[in-house]
Design a protein around this ligand. Structure first.
Ligand code: PBG
Length: 324
């Protein structure tokens, strides 16, 4: 055959493939989510997330030191709130001595340079397991936003670097930004879960925090997975209201959305490779149906290729190990 152009030339050796690779993974791009429990010396494996643990604060601090040594620059904190502290207002969420606030301080004391991000939503604190306050069976927007502002300020006061609102109430980014400004927290960032979909893939996470909704679902605040343009609209509003980083969540069923958003904004875009996505790879690998290490690298690379600058992932440590 005479061919003018042979595309396989650029694929013929590992060296050439590495030279022309368009997408590169680096440890700095990973955000490691951490689940924190009350108590001491506790390390509980999450049944639906094999190999991932909910740790008491002492173990969490050890873990954060290890993550930092590996080159991971950021953690995203979630706490499991004891049942007796849950109510409909979620008031434990802004207790200055709460587990989240104590965790932020302990982590910043131990590894001051680690970028600490905190999940802001009422679900772990809500007796209904919803992200907002419930009145007459509805999740009410404006009173919830007031609660989220208090929660955000308390995280900033404890030393959080970024507040990460995951609740999908309207107007919360602007209100949180205004609250932070008023209280003098002018260096606290906001990473908004700006396009967060009502997804079945959050199941294992809700096991980890015992935060499944007690009634109904989250479809009146989280987005409908049928929608694409709405994600851009939501995200542009969050940027206007003051988000420093935006996020798409989940990641794998939403790679098109990540790309749309990457093309529409000029702030960094993150994506959350969520619990159900972790569980699927773990389960298939355990059955011997896929190679776990290869699946991790292919998955994370695809999320980056779609347009994510940052990835929150339970595979952060594995990925760093695999990148060697
Ligand atoms: C809480 C929150 C959820 C996740 C992150 N923050 C669950 C939910 O909205 O029900 C999910 C993360 C994951 O599945 O890994 N607002």
């Amino acid at each position: 055959m005479y061919l003018q152009k042979r595309n396989r030339i650029l694929r013929q050796s590992p060296a050439i493939r590495a030279m022309v690779a368009e997408t590169i993974l680096r440890p700095e791009q990973f955000i490691a989510p951490l689940f924190i429990d009350e108590g001491k010396g506790l390390k509980t494996e999450i049944a639906s997330m094999p190999g991932y643990y909910r740790n008491s604060l002492d173990h969490t601090v050890t873990e954060v030191k290890e993550l930092w040594q590996m080159g991971i620059k950021s953690v995203l904190l979630f706490i499991k709130c004891p049942d007796d502290l849950k109510d409909n207002t979620g008031r434990e969420a802004w207790n200055p001595e709460g587990l989240m606030q104590r965790s932020i301080k302990a982590i910043k004391d131990a590894v001051p340079e680690m970028v600490v991000m905190t999940d802001v939503a009422l679900d772990p604190y809500s007796s209904y397991g919803h992200d907002g306050i419930v009145e007459n069976g509805k999740i009410v927007n404006d009173p919830t936003v007031e609660a989220l502002v208090k929660m955000s300020i308390s995280h900033a006061a404890a030393g959080a670097d970024f507040i990460a609102p995951s609740d999908m109430m309207d107007g919360r980014i602007g209100a949180i930004r205004a609250g932070l400004e008023t209280e003098g927290f002018t260096e606290t960032g906001i990473m908004s879960y700006s396009a967060k979909y009502a997804s079945c893939f959050y199941g294992p996470f809700r096991d980890a925090l015992d935060s499944a909704p007690g009634f109904g679902d989250k479809k009146t605040y989280q987005m409908d997975y049928a929608n694409r343009e709405e994600a851009v609209r939501e995200t542009l509003m969050d940027v206007e209201e003051g988000a420093d980083i935006v996020m798409v969540k989940p990641a794998l069923s939403y790679l098109d959305i990540i790309r749309d958003i990457k093309n529409s904004v000029s702030v960094p875009v993150s994506a959350y490779n969520i619990s159900g996505e972790y569980a699927m790879i773990k389960a298939a690998a355990k059955m011997g149906w896929i190679n776990e290490d290869k699946a991790i690298l292919e998955t994370l690379t695809s999320i980056r290729r779609a347009g994510a600058d940052l990835i929150a992932t339970y595979f952060a440590k594995d990925a760093v190990r695999l990148l060697g």
